[in-house]
Ligand binder design. Structure first.
Ligand code: V1S
Ligand code: CA
Ligand code: ZN
Length: 376
């Protein structure tokens, strides 16, 4: 499926950004795998590639609290042996610990990750691109004053804040299997940013928030849309949810700009996932959103089978560029990571979709009210 007819596509391509993203423990080396796969398929020659530079402290401070920033900087400058704070205390205060370990050079990582999505935002606000891609971004759980779920900085919130300088209304759609809680919380009171998250919601599944009754707060009521689903979600049901609830709400909102978090952990057989989506399912989902014909930022996020995340984001890039790719993965430095198939497909497994037609009908009708409320 070719999605991007007539669009200027730009890709944030920076070795230091990739090196920073490669250091995030659960997705170690994933950023390089994604980049190398896009390169060996010849996609880098088909789009504008744009470097990024690390964001400044003042930029990160536009969303994150000074206390949290000072803590991140202090952690960075402390040797492991000197770190007198116990792990539990770290979690209690700023969310560092099990999911977000105190990595060496953490502050530099934060600035590079924020800088990548800042560069993507600039491409859109300057009109240099109509689609801007940063597969090293999408860290949607970080909160104003804490790290959460592998996310130390909320590059998404910061990028949306930049986009708002030029675009009055921004819609954010989060395809990651987890609830985009950090982005939702940041804009919960705003009518200028519509946040939408589709996510798996069952007992014990991280982060545990995002019911369909969670619709935003105060002035921002109904400008937040949550689409919780059950395990095993199929391509057809995923696309149907987007068509019947998300598309309508976003169309009524009529955004000037769109940000899509394309977290790859809703893919079939993801290590931390639980949905059953194929690359074709994601491509169909994105094609629906691109029909809005507004400047669009594409970000990464989850995706814990690095080879599958690379397959997905390479395939989505090709679709946006209007080109098709050989199924057989070309020989390159990460080639052995694509075995045993060595092809580009991620196909659904035969697990049962627990989203019954009754569940989906009830979900749709409870969410439908959004469109009407946004219109008022
Ligand atoms: N599910 C899950 C999961 N797995 C891990 C994990 C795995 C290996 C490690 F070495 C360290 C951690 N953490 C979690 C989740 C966080 C998922 C974050 C998803 C991020 C994203 O894809 O949406 C965006 C990039 N954490 C938990 O489940 C938290 C705990 C609740 C359970 C474990 N205990 C020890 C801590 C708290
Ligand atoms: Ca999501
Ligand atoms: Zn996720």
């Amino acid at each position: 499926m070719l999605l991007g007819a007539g669009r200027i596509v730009a890709y944030v391509d920076d070795i230091n950004l990739r090196r920073a993203a490669d250091r995030i423990p659960v997705v170690r080396n994933r950023a390089s795998m994604v980049h190398e796969l896009m390169k060996v398929y010849g996609l880098l020659e088909l789009m504008k590639t744009v470097p990024s530079s690390p964001a400044s402290e003042d930029y990160v401070k536009l969303f994150h609290s000074s206390d949290y920033i000072n803590f991140l900087k202090a952690v960075t400058h402390t040797n492991d042996d000197d770190l007198s704070i116990e792990e539990e205390e770290l979690e209690d205060t700023f969310g560092l610990g099990f999911d977000c370990p105190a990595l060496p050079m953490l502050w530099s990582l934060v600035c590079h990750v924020a800088g990548g999505s800042m560069a993507a935002a600039r491409l859109l606000t300057s009109g240099q691109a109509s689609v801007a891609i940063n597969w090293c971004g999408g860290w949607h759980h970080a909160q104003r004053d804490s790290a959460s779920g592998f996310c130390y900085v909320n590059d998404v919130v910061l990028a949306i804040m930049q986009l708002r300088h030029k675009f009055a209304k921004v819609a954010y759609v989060d395809l990651d299997v987890h609830h985009g809680d950090g982005v939702e919380n940041a804009f919960a009171f705003s009518r200028s940013v519509l946040t939408v998250s589709l996510h798996l919601k069952e007992d014990g599944f991280f982060p545990g928030t995002g019911t369909q009754d969670d619709v935003g707060e105060g002035e921002g009521r109904y400008f937040c849309l949550n689409v919780p689903y059950k395990a095993g979600l199929s391509d057809d049901n995923f696309v149907e949810l987007l068509k019947s609830v998300v598309e309508e709400a976003v169309q009524v909102f009529a955004p000037d700009c769109l940000v899509v978090q394309c977290g790859g952990d809703a893919l079939a057989l993801d290590r931390l996932g639980g949905a059953n989506i194929s690359i074709d399912g994601y491509t169909r989902a994105l094609s629906l959103l691109l029909r809005l014909q507004c400047p669009t930022m594409l970000l990464g996020g989850g995706g814990y089978e690095p080879a599958n995340a690379a397959r997905l984001w390479t395939s989505l890039t090709a679709s946006v560029l209007g080109t098709s790719l050989d199924l057989e993965i070309p020989e390159h430095c990460f080639f052995e990571r694509y075995g045993p198939s060595f092809d580009l497909a991620v196909t659904p497994s035969n697990r049962r979709d627990q989203n019954s037609s009754e569940y989906l009908a009830a979900l749709k009708s409870s969410i439908k009210a959004h469109g009407e409320e946004i219109q008022k």
